[in-house]
Design a protein around this ligand. Structure first.
Ligand code: UFG
Length: 347
């Protein structure tokens, strides 16, 4: 396949690029390097430094590189920031996402895998969450992802866009080559490890949540397992594949002559097991080999208390089997990457 990866210089995108190249695919990365890192892009991939938010230039690129399918990872993705600057999130994720879809339509590329999020579920009614549970985001970030999911669905019905929507739970860990480096860093595991390195206190946001130890609970997925899921998902968008084709309810409703009404395949990518923020700090102590001081600070606006799902549908339909299951493996790989990149990507 000739694959375009938006956000391919970012954390999840760069590890996915590694997996696609290893499987023998031709990869183009589209990234404006606003938060990604040039050094994160593997040598075998072509890097186009540009935005995905301009339909005409996207269409031109898709034609020039003769792209078959798109993995859309690029996005603004911080829950906390989305609550103080929702305009930035709607512009980049929603307006930008529609521009990408329109560029794809223009160029006749009708296969997409979309990086969505557990944040679409908001305050889940039950745990573990399943894909048919209601989506009622409680933060602006989750709302933007829900909006793009909706657009993809209707583009499938009207224009025959084949899609897999992957609702990630918390991505963590590293490959040997690529790891997590954001500025500023807001994610729990890198912040725990930074606190351990620098001998300073970790602040846990909120200690009064309705959870067993009062801190939020999340399900962590190794970034290499997400990459493997992306590859399986791209395969499921093949024109001959029934998993992303017309469904009984939508066949015949296509708005464009000759197009087939398609329904997105939606899969949670979770681990089934939740860990509280305190448990993550304790697990990290075992990896780094010394205690990590923790203090409880005020809760972060927009944080749901618990987000946990399994991956039954991804296992059954995509045949996805996560290989790096334990939280120790996940934290250890992140720790190793930090130790081998003491100055991050600039070192
Ligand atoms: N946290 C702390 N201290 C920190 C950093 C985080 O206590 O220094 C807490 C957060 O408040 C939250 C938990 O750790 O309770 C996890 O926070 P992260 O920022 O690591 O991750 P989020 O759950 O907020 O969000 C991540 C992705 C989103 C995605 C979501 C899905 O950033 O894109 O997982 O579950 F939507």
């Amino acid at each position: 396949m000739r694959i375009l990866v938006t956000g391919g210089a970012g954390y999840i995108g760069s590890v996915s690029v590694e997996a696609f190249l290893a499987a023998g695919h031709d990869v183009t990365v589209l990234d404006d390097l606003s938060t990604g890192h040039r050094e994160a892009v593997s040598e075998g991939a072509a890097l186009e430094i540009a935005t995905y938010t301009d339909a005409a230039s996207v269409a031109h690129l898709l034609r020039r590189r003769r792209i078959d399918a798109v993995l859309h990872c690029a996005a603004k993705s911080l829950v906390g920031e989305s609550m103080v600057d929702p305009a930035k999130y709607f512009r980049a994720n929603v307006a930008g996402g529609i521009a990408l879809l329109d560029g794809m339509r223009d160029a006749g590329v009708n296969r997409i895998v979309f990086s969505s999020t557990a944040a679409t579920y908001g305050l889940p009614e039950r745990t573990p969450i399943t894909e048919s549970d209601p989506i009622r985001p409680i933060n602006a970030y989750g709302e933007t992802k829900r909006s793009v999911e909706g657009a993809i669905r209707w583009y499938g019905h009207a224009y025959g866009l084949r899609s897999v929507i992957l609702r990630y739970f918390n991505a963590a860990g590293a490959s040997t080559r690529n790891g997590e480096q954001h500025a500023p860093e807001t994610h729990l595991i890198p912040n725990v490890l930074a606190a351990a390195e620098q001998g300073r206190e970790l602040t846990i946001f909120g200690g009064d949540y309705p959870t067993p130890d009062g801190t939020c609970v999340r399900a962590y997925i190794h970034v290499e397992d997400l990459a493997a899921a992306h590859l399986l998902a791209l395969q499921a968008t093949d024109p001959a594949d029934s998993r992303t084709g017309a469904t009984a309810g939508t066949a015949g409703t296509a708005g464009t002559a000759g197009a087939l009404a398609c329904e997105p395949l939606i899969c949670n990518l979770g681990s089934g097991t939740g860990f509280s923020n305190r448990e993550i700090a304790t697990a990290a102590e075992k990896i780094v080999g010394h205690p990590i001081a923790v203090k409880i600070g005020p809760p972060r606006v927009g944080d749901p208390p618990v987000l946990v799902a399994g991956a039954q549908r991804a296992a059954e339909v995509l045949l996805w089997q996560p290989r790096h299951g334990t939280i120790e493996e996940i934290i250890e790989s992140a720790w190793k990457w930090r130790r081998s990149h003491p100055n991050g990507y600039s070192g």
